[in-house]
Design a binder for this molecule. Sequence first.
Ligand SMILES: C[S@@+](CC[C@H](N)C(=O)[O-])C[C@H]1O[C@@H](n2cnc3c(N)ncnc32)[C@H](O)[C@@H]1O
Length: 261
Amino acid sequence: MATYTHGHHESVLRSHRWRTAENSAAYLLGHLAPGLAVLDVGCGPGTITADLAQLVAPGRVTAVDVSEAVLDEARRAAGLANVEFALADVHALDFPDDSFDVVHAHQVLQHVGDPVAALREMRRVCRPGGIVAARDSDYAAMTWYPEVPELDAWLALYREVAQHNGGEPDAGRRLHAWARRAGFREVTGSASVWCFATGEDRTWWSGMWAERITHSAIAGQALAAGYPQEELDRISEGWRKWGAVEDGWFSVLHGEVLCRP
Ligand SMILES: C[S@@+](CC[C@H](N)C(=O)[O-])C[C@H]1O[C@@H](n2cnc3c(N)ncnc32)[C@H](O)[C@@H]1O
């Protein structure tokens, strides 16, 4: 099994908690309706899950993750009667065939050991006529202004560590190919971005990465891979430098797929 590169440090969860169905699952929203049964795979702290639950109520959302700690946080935060949380690995879901109308995964397949097997398993638990939806970022396609050499170093470090952990940091561009390999009859690919271009967004995004690179699980993994602490500190400073530039701009490209079993 692959190691989850980011871990669940507060600086990581801060990024996950910002997510909504609108900013992270817009490509799926037109396919949701009251009464549908949804599985949210790799739900993390569950903010997208909670939005999905409101959109399909009185339908039910089941949300799973491999981390008991993050599931505890999601349970505390959700506070909705139509959501339940369970521990499960996407490669071996403990649900009968054809259990859900919609099976969703946001920024999960980039972290798993076998994304094609994961999509096959998501297809198995999706009923005929249902939909499997996945969205993943694509690190090599992230782009920003102005050029800050420390951010180039950040990207190279992140991609090296994520690949070493058995993941695929450039998953966005591969999702449709993985879905076709998993045997879906119909795959619709699309793309969308997060863009951080206001002072408030820049402060939030840069401050979060400045902390993540020195305090989250990725810091320990980078040190173990031979990166010196000074390099992590330098990258962290680079993030703060970028965040302070008034004209700073950052975009995170995501690939998306809507798949019919
Ligand atoms: C980047 S987070 C995304 C969380 C949430 N979907 C969101 O976008 O806010 C990835 C999540 O996938 C979970 N995860 C990693 N490998 C998994 C696996 N094999 N099966 C299920 N969940 C997994 C991690 O524990 C983590 O909470």
